[in-house]
Design a protein around this ligand. Structure first.
Ligand SMILES: Cc1cc2nc3c(=O)[nH]c(=O)nc-3n(C[C@H](O)[C@H](O)[C@H](O)COP(=O)(O)OP(=O)(O)OC[C@H]3O[C@@H](n4cnc5c(N)ncnc54)[C@H](O)[C@@H]3O)c2cc1C
Length: 591
């Protein structure tokens, strides 16, 4: 038995790079090319594989150490027959969307008696006109059904069109223009200080929403979908009671699709009635630009609104209970965003909780809790963005016998049927991820199943995007999940510092990473951070759905110079045939 020193190999131009993860412990058997540490520079994270097989005799490094080429990482006892195979694992399972943290299975309530004297009847009644509801209604109508769509507000389109995806993206576009014009000063092009007319900006944002919701109304009319405005709740297994401006109407149905969505989650101990306390809907109103804004919740919605208000001139602080922003995404694709906004914002407090908010004349005094909690501080306004709650408990579902779990979600099968087979549910009300594109796809499945088609919601992934600056997007299996599940994968990671297109945007912090199953080379997951990551992730989704492997992606000619090339380069990193960078040691073809 002999002792071998495993050293940091040639890591390109990098010197003194931090170790962010040690992947083996003393006594572990290590195979040749097995990753042993992860390094992270300000440009990219990279795994360092062992150059030999054996048992780890002693570890010479720890997390936080900085290393350079030639530094000893560990020593290995290399037995003569020490060619230990890494543990074999089954091929990655189809990447199912993350299951909702399960509440106890919802017991089926006893339905009320069927309603026999309805005011109106439809073959399909859809409750709620968000992206799930209007899609289901329109598809059912296109397939020949007579449809009624019930919506409590005057404008159809739900949260997404009215107070979610669309208005937030209109304001994020404004933020991008403000940021980019300011930034250009350092490249020789200066503009004057922007003059912001908040009312005009809000009107423009509203006009974008108006165009889309107006368009939907027109589409409903063309399809002869009857829209009833009022608050609906079940009256029995075959009818809903709708409270309209003209009184209560009973609408009976052959099939119903529940698409009643979700609402902002409130924290009851906060002074929610104080006008300086905002939720995402209030924040989108753009009433004023607070001097100091605290955003409670470092998830997608909180960070998107922080991006908007920061660009408009607020000093932003973000407080997040967990140890990273955008929990759910791999840390390496969130890091470039974190690094950028920590320079721009007043503060980002991780692992920190807001324990008290006192409304004072001078502002909202906030007390924080946690190991690194700051002293109490006063803010002009607070945005609470701590998640959304499903509306399952607000529609008297028990009258129809539809089971709703403790969280308010309605459980469904792959055809989107509830426990009452002629009643379906879709969108935010059936579970995470609460995203518009999930709702629309589920809406189509429900409508098509009602019309007798053999369909199922069997998407391999539902992509997620934070439209921050830089954008963060991911799909399929995350690297954290792959590690937890013991999946044998190879990562191809391409830092945008080597992308001509990214550099020409004067941005170099981006990263595209793609995970491939070692045995088959098939794509199992991808994460992208950088400008336009939200657009780029769609290619990865298509590749996953089509069963593409790294070779397929690398051999698909991508236009140059584009950011889309970075996905092909990530595949080439995994294949080992990259030429725009040095190929990594660990590839799909290394042992
Ligand atoms: C600020 C913000 C930004 C967002 N950005 C994005 C994004 O960029 N991309 C993305 O994919 N998702 C985004 N989302 C999430 C997205 O809006 C939701 O996932 C999506 O709207 C869910 O669609 P849905 O059809 O399930 O329900 P909803 O859009 O919630 O629609 C439900 C509808 O039902 C109506 N309703 C409810 N109860 C009743 C009742 N009893 N009677 C009559 N009508 C009723 C409601 O008024 C509503 O119109 C964002 C959300 C917010 C808040």
């Amino acid at each position: 038995m002999s002792l071998i020193e495993i050293k940091v190999p040639d890591i390109g131009d990098f010197d003194s790079v931090e170790i962010i993860e040690v992947l083996v412990a003393e006594g572990d058997d290590v195979a040749e090319n097995q990753d042993i540490i992860t390094l992270e520079s300000d440009k990219a994270a990279m795994e360092i594989p062992s150059s030999a097989a054996g048992k780890v005799a002693s570890l010479k490094v720890k997390v936080g150490d900085k290393v350079s080429e030639g530094d000893v990482i560990l020593t290995l006892e290399a037995a003569d027959n020490a060619q230990s195979e890494p543990e074999k694992v089954e091929p990655a399972a189809a990447t199912e969307p993350k299951a909702e943290a399960k509440a106890a299975p919802a017991p089926a309530p006893k339905a009320a008696a069927p309603v026999t004297d309805a005011d109106m009847h439809a073959e399909v009644v859809v409750l709620g006109s968000g992206p799930g509801g209007y899609t289901a209604a329109f598809r059912a109508a296109d397939l020949g059904k007579q449809v009624i769509l019930i919506e409590r507000y005057q404008r159809i389109g739900g949260v997404c069109l009215n107070v979610g995806c669309i208005p937030s993206k209109a304001l994020l576009h404004t933020a991008q223009v403000l940021n980019e014009t300011k930034h250009m000063a350092q490249n020789g092009v200066s503009f004057g200080e922007p003059k912001i007319d908040l009312r005009k900006l809000a009107d423009w944002k509203d006009s974008v929403v108006g165009k889309l919701t107006g368009g939907l109304q027109g589409l409903a009319k063309q399809r002869k979908v009857t829209v009833v405005h009022g608050v609906g709740e079940f009256a029995g297994p075959n009818a809903l009671k709708v409270t309209t401006d003209d009184g209560v109407k009973t609408i009976s149905f052959d099939n119903c699709i529940i698409a009643a969505g979700s609402r902002v989650t409130k924290i009851p101990v906060f002074p929610n009635d104080d006008p300086r306390m905002m939720d995402s809907t209030d924040a989108l109103e753009l009433e004023d630009i607070p001097k100091r804004l605290l955003v409670i919740g470092g998830g997608i919605i909180g960070l998107e609104m922080a991006t908007v208000y920061n660009a408009l001139g607020s000093k932003i602080s973000v407080v997040e209970l967990q140890d990273s922003l955008i929990p759910g995404a791999d840390k390496d694709i969130v890091k470039p965003l974190f690094n950028r906004i920590k320079e721009q914002y007043e503060a980002i407090y991780l692992n920190t909780k807001v324990s008290k908010i006192e409304p004072l004349k001078s502002g909202l005094k906030v007390t924080f809790e946690g190991d690194n909690a700051p002293e109490p501080q006063t803010f002009d306004k607070i945005l609470v963005a701590v998640g959304r709650s499903p509306n399952g408990k607000l529609i008297n579902a028990e009258a129809a016998g539809v089971a709703v779990n403790d969280y308010g979600f309605i459980e469904v099968n792959k055809q989107m049927q509830t426990n009452v087979p002629h009643i379906y549910a879709i969108g935010d009300i059936v579970g995470q991820p609460m995203l518009a594109h999930k709702a629309t796809h589920e809406g189509k499945v429900a409508a098509e199943h009602i019309t007798g088609r053999k369909v199922a919601f069997d998407a391999m992934t539902i992509p997620s995007v934070a439209y921050t600056d830089p954008e963060v997007a991911w799909m399929g299996m995350s690297e954290d999940e792959a590690k937890k599940q013991g999946v044998d994968y190879v990562k191809g990671a391409f830092p945008w510092a080597a992308s001509g297109r990214s550099l020409s945007l004067d941005r170099d912090e981006g990263l595209t990473k793609a995970l491939f199953e070692k045995e088959t080379g098939k794509l199992i997951g991808a994460g992208i951070v950088g400008p336009n990551a939200g657009e780029l992730i769609a290619e990865a989704v298509l590749a996953l759905e089509m069963g593409a492997d790294a070779e397929d992606i690398g051999l698909s000619i991508h236009p140059h110079p584009t950011l889309s090339e970075t996905f092909a380069f990530a595949a080439e990193m995994a294949e080992g045939n990259i030429t725009d960078l040095m190929p990594p040691r660990k590839t799909l073809h290394s042992k």
